[in-house]
Write a protein that binds this ligand. Sequence first.
Ligand code: MIG
Length: 824
Amino acid sequence: MQTSETIHPDMMEATVPNRRWTPGRLGAAVEPQKGIYVIQAEFAQILLQPVSDAIVRIKLLLDPGKAFDREDLNSTIAVQQEAFVPVYSELKETNDVYRLFLPELTVELNKTTAQIDFYTQQGELIASQEEIYSSNRGEYVCRNRMEAESHIYGLGEKTGFLDKKGEKYDMWNSDVFDPHVPEIEALYVSIPFLVHFQPGKTSYGLFLDNPGRTSFDMRTQPDAYTFQVNAGTIDYYFIPGPGLPDVLRKYSGLTGTMDIPPAWAIGYHQSRYSYMNEEEVMSIARTFKEKRIPCDVIYLDIHYMDEYRVFTFDPVRFPNPRRMIEQLQEMGIRIVPIVDPGVKKDPEYGPYQDGVQHDYFCKKLEGDLFIGDVWPGASAFPDYTEEKVRDWWGEQHRYYTESGIQGIWNDMNEPAVFNTTKTMDLDVVHGNDGTPKSHRELHNLYGMLMSMATQQGLRKQLGGERPFVLTRAGYAGIQKYAATWTGDNRSFWEHLAMSIPMVLNLGLSGQPFAGPDIGGFAHHTSPELLARWTQAGAFFPYCRNHSVLESIRQEPWAFGEQIEDICRTYIRLRYRFMPYLYTQFHQAHTTGMPVMRPLVLEYPDDRKVYEMCDQFLVGSDLLFAPILRPHTESRSVYLPAGEWIDYWTGERYSGGQHILAYAPIERMPMYLKAGALIAELADDEAWKPEMSAQSAIELVVYAGSAGTTSTGQWYEDDARTYAYEEGSYNLLDTKMSFNQGDIVLAGTYRVRKLPLLREQLQLRIKWLAYAPERVTLTTSDGTEELEALGGSWSYDADAQELKLQLPNTHDAFEVVVTSAGTVS
Ligand code: MIG
């Protein structure tokens, strides 16, 4: 336990490091390679590398005397080399400054101070880097201007609220079992990507590509934030918007977007540390079936292994994994086993022998293996920085794929080691494919490279099926390889609340596929907390209930009928919205827009939402306002601009106001943007997410008031293979207008390459207060009554719903619903 001695006056470290060094005066510039500029300074060189029309890379070359060589352009694996495209650029010099012109960005470097200013093409000052210096300890620091109106987002997986202004964080992948309190500066994932937002101005992102320890300080100085590196050098990418979505799109272009996950990976998942044996797993699976609660995955935590040896099953607890997995598959449930990086030091164990013989494990400079203590006892750690080691590790997974496994859970890959530093010795030297570097320099890459190896191995082995990888640790670009769960939270109401900003900021840091342990991992959940957490968690991109050894059980049925009913309702609702959710994943894949969004992303002009993180959007059309405190039956909800419909009652609200939502235990406030088109599974019982053309999908339009116009989208593919990469998918764009007396819905298939098995399109217009008189359909063949073209419609006045069936044979169509009264 700590005492007041911790704050002994003599123990205070200087918070502002002494300046020892700046690059000094800028001298001559050279262009050693076409479109790459190096400016000589007194004590360093500054490399400017245009990446694309608007993105520039700035790197400090620390040796002022060294001639340029191609290695200066090396970057980490986070950066996709395809992101570098030929760009027109020009460096001009005046007496006082250098100016680098890109088509959409101008970078100005002051020759005397080395201040770097970034301007839009129109001359708007986007950002100022006022200073670069190094501290006495040899850390390089950049100080950037921060305004009173600045808001800072991103920075990956951090505690605290949405806006990171006023905070200070470290990027150092850490296994933190202590409660995740606001003062924890580093968690499992490190994404050194900062997003700067200032209302009315061009937003920008700054990606510091350095996988050693880095820190971001938005607290110490009122008018500046700093970022610093502890090993290696400053190497960053400046990414202007103008809008936040533009920043995210460009950042994702640089570090990659996620693949579309197999639909089963976005279903509901159930875990526990641990389901101890085959009987227990089967009984959990059967209970889900009996209780008609959808579940796609059950996890096997570390007890499935033979003395914690990865790539084994305990012969007593799991005597016949292949048979068990087959039986589960028939029930529509998959197994995802945990795989940690530590390989048990055991001369009679294949993977250890193999790894030693082929030199696959991490070593000290002198050649000794690094051996650290983890679950299996003394263990060796694969050096994933080497491609051959990644290939080998991937290959090991045949052990699982041959038993029918398609998903892997990577834990402890910070890496976590049971010693005083909590990780691998910093003087381990990674091979790094020919450019050896110390663990101190590469620490934050370790977990991502493990997941990369896993994902690539699985992909090879699954014959075209999409794998699923879940990871605890990661670095920028992790989205390309794995989903992230947010580690060992606790069953605290505070952690339910904190999971929202944490996952929102992960989404703003390029990782859209994330979620917390629903119900809380450590400590003991309560019936009410489980109900509330399941309500909210059901709409997070990644949705898994998980809990620690010896904590109170927290499967959906653990607390009796009422709580079970609530969990069932919300988990089913997740499946009902699955086609919409899946469409959002497609968007994340193509544009980098997160699935779960803070309101600021969609309403940047609304000052009320800049720090809002007790509500969130999924896509643009669904707004959730979970209950985050016990014994709470109502809460205030802020509805942004536009018209919003209460999902439960159909009540309409105009936006730009706070309302008081009624929220008894069985109800989480949720709203639809009026006019939204949500692709839904029509049948609550048909929850298999294999969204084949046979599954009953309805396009549900939540009618807007007269005067509303809206757009919608529905993406569909086979939900399991990579055929979508070859263009085998459907993408329907819709445009709706709600007028006095009619509703017009126009649909256009932007892509329609899936075999056309869906002969009819099911459409439902909800909350339509007046019975229609006619429905016409316009296609390339002309306009006719819907019935005359083989369609049909019916109106249910009690439910205020119009159901429509349209022949699905045209690439473009328009439906006009006419009624005597106003349409809503
Ligand atoms: O420190 O595998 O975060 O989800 O259940 C324990 C056992 C190691 C930590 C993970 C947790 C998992 C647990 N692991």
